[in-house]
Design a protein around this ligand. Structure first.
Ligand code: SAM
Length: 183
């Protein structure tokens, strides 16, 4: 039993791209209540998974969790580094969603900014060490800044694809960017 229906989105994306391997090391940012972590633990039994969220997350066997942790905070970056030690990651996941303001354009930009924060953590800041050829999967709400963000991602990844799992159909703006082949 999964803690949220979001589990089916990750399963559908993995069905398509087959990127979760038994040995994969994974960080999942914006992981509460934890259904993506449940999926990752199942698919990566010999791997490692660290979840991070602003909210409190109940324990999940086989995963480490940083609860009450805001990924935009430098103290949280230190905690992430402490937990990861010198592990190199295969996969960075972000299913974060900021509290909606009700204004679609604002919500879109805030979520892109959160995704950029995660992107910087492995592309510039050495907080997360993403392996060469690693994967980054992030949720966005569609809007005007999507093209620019995809261009930024394309400078560091061999391919960037937009995916809309069928489980997203209740939220028309929601989509995922699947980035593979980290350079
Ligand atoms: N993938 C999760 C699952 O399957 O259970 C669902 C994630 S939920 C859609 C989005 C989460 O993003 C919320 O739990 C929220 O607290 C978290 N979030 C939003 N902003 C965040 C931030 N700045 N730092 C960490 N987590 C954040």
């Amino acid at each position: 039993n999964y803690r949220a229906r979001s589990a089916f989105k990750l399963m559908e994306i993995d069905e398509k791209f087959k990127f979760l391997k038994p040995e994969s090391t994974v960080i999942d940012i914006g992981c509460a209540p934890g259904s993506w972590i449940q999926v990752v633990v199942e698919k990566c039994p010999n791997g490692y998974v660290l979840g991070v969220d602003l909210q409190n997350v109940l324990p999940i066997r086989g995963a480490e969790i940083l609860s009450q942790s805001d990924v935009t905070s430098p103290e949280v970056h230190l905690k992430i580094r402490e937990k990861l030690k010198n592990r190199q990651l295969d996969v960075v996941l972000s299913d974060m969603a900021p509290n909606p303001t009700g204004d679609n354009a604002t919500d879109h930009l805030r979520l892109i900014e959160l995704c950029r924060t995660v992107f910087r953590l492995f592309s510039e800041e050495n907080c997360i060490e993403l392996k060469r050829n690693g994967v980054f999967l992030c949720k966005i709400w569609d809007g005007a800044a999507r093209g620019d963000f995809i261009r930024e991602l394309s400078e560091r990844f061999a391919t960037v694809k937009t995916v809309k799992p069928t489980a997203c159909r209740d939220n028309s703006a929601e989509m995922y960017l699947f980035c593979r082949g980290f350079k």
